[in-house]
Design a binder for this molecule. Structure first.
Ligand SMILES: Cc1ncc(COP(=O)(O)O)c(C=O)c1O
Length: 384
């Protein structure tokens, strides 16, 4: 047989969609202003607050996560504002690029890729630039597998009336601990195609009362991503423009599942899978790329010396039907990334390790089959 019979997604977005959500989304379209749709939006609205751990509204936008990031900039800031940006990977760079596109001056804290920003660095940047209107950061920098100390950073920004903390939690929401209100995260952006287990196409944004005061003063151009307008519509269980009805109906299913399992159990599951993958690749003699703040969302692994990481992802996909991710930008060819968030179970982790062993052996890497599997099995055999 030439081609693999089945295909599996273990990349950090898009992630697999559970069959219940796929079936729900296959239903005939309902009208977005109809009485059938409003209760769906109402339920989703409440369940999003559970996942975000917030009492604030969570806006639902028909766009990818980047649309939510762009809206977070254009709705809270004004032209000529300065903002501190943590640039520790591809997505930190995106915050700076959006700021520049709208005439906001980024004050970049550049961190070596694979390492973590410290709360002290944020504190020092704010002391040096008290005029900064915002601190932009990721919860989890997907390009490097680093998670940032949001709770501690929230403590620093919370008392600064003139500064908000804006968090890209696109690959973190529903996968790792994010306590929006308790940690004083003023703006939090999430996306549908990661741990929320849906196809790409929805962005979610929560804003604190402090952030809404920034919205009132913001003068940057905005039309489609108009948060004040979305908030008004949401109060009537609607969206400002035509709602992505099918995706929202799918979202109702996945949010129900998340609530039923419980966020804490999901996070513990991800930690367990992450531990198994990290230990297995190390047992195979490979090096984890991430130096600090290792996340339970993805495992970023350095390709062995003399092997291009793109060869690894290609064989995984073409020979074994498994999509993992390569490295982005400067890490292209150097690392590969295995995701363990969303609708992924223990057997798929065993499968990905087995396929990785075979791939590396095909690439003439010196490996005894089963060394990674043994370690992964031992970890997954431990009681939950
Ligand atoms: C941390 C982070 N930010 C932003 C994005 C961009 O999201 P989207 O591709 O949905 O616009 C991603 C996608 O991988 C991400 O992981």
């Amino acid at each position: 047989m030439k081609k693999p019979l089945k295909s599996y997604l273990l990349a950090p977005g898009p992630t697999p969609v559970p069959p219940q959500a796929l079936l729900a989304m296959a239903q005939p379209i309902v009208h977005h202003r109809s009485p059938q749709f409003k209760p769906i939006l109402e339920e989703v609205k409440e369940d999003l607050q559970y996942v975000f751990q917030t009492k604030n509204d969570v806006l639902i936008l028909a766009s990818t996560g980047t649309g939510g990031m762009e809206g977070a900039v254009t709705n809270t800031l004004s032209s000529g504002d300065k903002a501190i940006v943590v640039r520790a990977g591809k997505f930190g760079e995106r915050w700076a690029e959006i700021c520049e596109a709208y005439g906001v001056e980024p004050i970049n804290i550049d961190i070596e890729w694979g390492r973590c920003v410290t709360p002290e660095q944020i504190k020092a940047a704010l002391e040096k630039h008290p005029e900064a209107k915002a601190v932009f950061i990721q919860a989890h920098e997907t390009s490097t597998g680093v998670k940032f100390p949001l709770k501690e950073i929230g403590e620093i920004v919370k008392d600064k009336e003139g500064t908000i903390l804006v968090v890209d939690a696109i690959s973190a929401m529903g996968a790792m601990e994010i306590k929006t209100d308790a940690w004083h995260l003023d703006v939090v952006v999430a996306g549908s195609q990661k741990a929320l287990m849906l196809p790409p196409g929805l962005a979610f944004v929560s804003l604190s009362e402090k952030a809404w005061r920034f919205v009132e003063r913001s003068n940057l151009p905005k039309y489609y991503f108009n948060f004040a307008k979305e908030r008004k519509s949401l109060a009537k269980n609607q969206t400002a423009f035509t709602a992505a009805v099918s995706l929202i109906i799918g979202l109702r299913e996945t949010l129900r599942q998340i609530k039923e399992i419980g966020l804490e159990n999901i996070i513990a599951h991800n930690q367990r899978l992450s531990e198994a993958v990290k230990a297995a690749v190390k047992a195979m003699g490979l090096k984890i790329f991430t130096k600090e703040g290792l996340s339970e969302v993805v495992t970023a692994v350095e390709a062995p010396h003399g092997i291009d990481a793109q060869e690894i992802t290609k064989i995984m996909r073409e020979d074994y039907g498994i999509t993992i991710a390569g490295g982005q930008a400067q890490l292209k060819g150097k690392i590969f990334r295995i995701s363990h968030m969303g609708y992924v179970d223990e057997h798929e982790i065993i499968m990905v390790i087995a396929a990785l062993e075979r791939t590396l052996i095909k690439l003439r890497y010196n490996l005894t089959p089963g060394v990674g599997l043994k370690v992964a099995q031992e970890i997954l055999l431990k009681d939950k």
